[in-house]
Ligand binder design. Structure first.
Ligand code: NDP
Ligand code: MG
Ligand code: MG
Length: 340
């Protein structure tokens, strides 16, 4: 079983007195910076001179400097700018990394695929919260904590584990549980999950089902409702109690049809496609493609992005969601007097 760490396992001395440069003040950056500062850690946010976030971070009570100045004074550099710009930002700050400093990540892509090659005398670690940044901040404020992954890629000081765990504690993660992994495992499972199921698989499945119904003459509104909108109810049930809770909650007809026909639709061929996608992740082919795509100004990405946004299902969805929210509001209004 994988090691899981909690508050009692962490020693805040491993980060006390150190300065953390949080590079970027976006989703993760703003939450790491504020949580660290509220935990008593010295924080400097690293941003470009013309950044709109500069004033925001100062308003939040934080010190701000350019990324290279922030990194130069810091003991720990937390790389929280978008993955695609991290290699360029690393070039700009690498002079500020002294022996014994730490370069820290929230996702392992650039290290695992060699887009960033850190000097051998620094620690390289990862603390990856398993939520978007706004929830990391909210959970800290509400003292509920956020689960996270922790990994050490390079341990030059022999103290990288303790420091990373203290960092995880300071952003509120040991409160919920910190799972130890490796950069390789985090990257490969993350990419596979988002491609096969979470972002890629689910949207492709929904689009195929929607098109099947619409091409057969059913109304786009019905197709949207049955194939996309109800998705949330099903996912919520699985999140709460696994697949069993979902099967228990739907009708026996849905359970029989689902268990019998589901695997005929998402069949062994899909399984083979998944093996291929995993192989492209493992052998670096997907990463190479994405790195080159960015260097070329994202022609394929732009085309895919546009085509997806122009799919009929988006128009139908926008119309229906507007209708539902109107319906919900009017229901609330109608019920309001009874509540008073
Ligand atoms: P964001 O896209 O939210 O980061 C935006 C921030 O980066 C802004 O402050 C922006 O500055 C700054 N920035 C962008 N380009 C540059 C640049 N060239 N030089 C300096 N600063 C720059 O990133 P995320 O928080 O989404 O991701 C950060 C890391 O966290 C990634 O490794 C990601 O994989 C990981 N992660 C993200 C999660 C998430 O939920 N978003 C979850 C777990 C991990 P400006 O304000 O000037 O534009
Ligand atoms: Mg330094
Ligand atoms: Mg991901």
């Amino acid at each position: 079983t994988v090691p899981v760490y909690y508050d009692d396992d962490a020693d805040s001395d491993a980060i006390a007195g150190k300065t953390v440069a949080v590079l970027g003040y976006g989703s993760q950056g703003h939450a790491h910076a504020q949580n660290l500062a509220d935990s008593g850690v010295d924080v400097v946010v690293g941003l470009r001179k013309d950044s709109d976030s500069w004033a925001q971070a100062e308003n939040d009570g934080l010190r701000v400097a350019t990324p290279d100045d922030a990194a130069a004074e810091a003991d720990i550099v937390s790389m929280l700018v978008p993955d695609t710009v991290q290699p360029a930002v690393f070039e700009a700050i690498s002079d500020g990394l002294e022996a014994g400093d730490t370069l820290q990540f929230a996702h392992g892509f650039n290290i695992h695929y060699n887009q960033i090659q850190p000097p051998e005398d620094v620690d390289v670690t990862m603390v990856a919260p398993k939520t978007p940044g706004h929830l990391l901040r909210r959970n800290y404020v509400e003292d509920t904590g956020t689960p996270a992954l922790l990994a050490v890629y390079q341990n030059a000081t022999d103290e990288a584990d303790e420091e990373a765990l203290a960092y995880a504690q300071a952003i509120g993660c040991t409160r919920a549980g910190v799972v130890e992994t490796t950069f390789q495992e985090e990257v490969e499972t993350d990419l596979f999950g988002e491609q096969a199921v979470l972002c890629g698989g689910i949207t492709a499945l929904i689009k195929h089902a929607y098109e099947t119904l619409v091409d057969a003459g059913y109304s786009p509104e019905m197709a949207y409702f049955e194939c996309l909108n109800e998705m949330k109810l099903i996912v919520d049930l699985m999140y709460e109690g696994g697949m069993a809770e979902m099967w228990n909650s739907v009708s026996d007809t849905a359970e029989y049809g689902g268990l019998k026909v589901g695997p005929e639709i998402v069949d062994e061929g899909v399984r083979e496609n998944m093996d291929e996608a995993l192989e492209a992740i493992q052998n670096g082919e997907f990463a190479r493609d994405w790195v080159l795509e960015n260097k070329a100004g994202r022609p394929a990405y732009t085309q895919l992005h546009e085509a997806d946004r122009n799919h009929d299902i988006e128009d139908v969805g926008a119309r229906l969601r507007a209708l539902f929210s109107w319906a919900e509001e009017s229901t609330e209004e109608a019920e309001a007097p009874a509540d008073d």
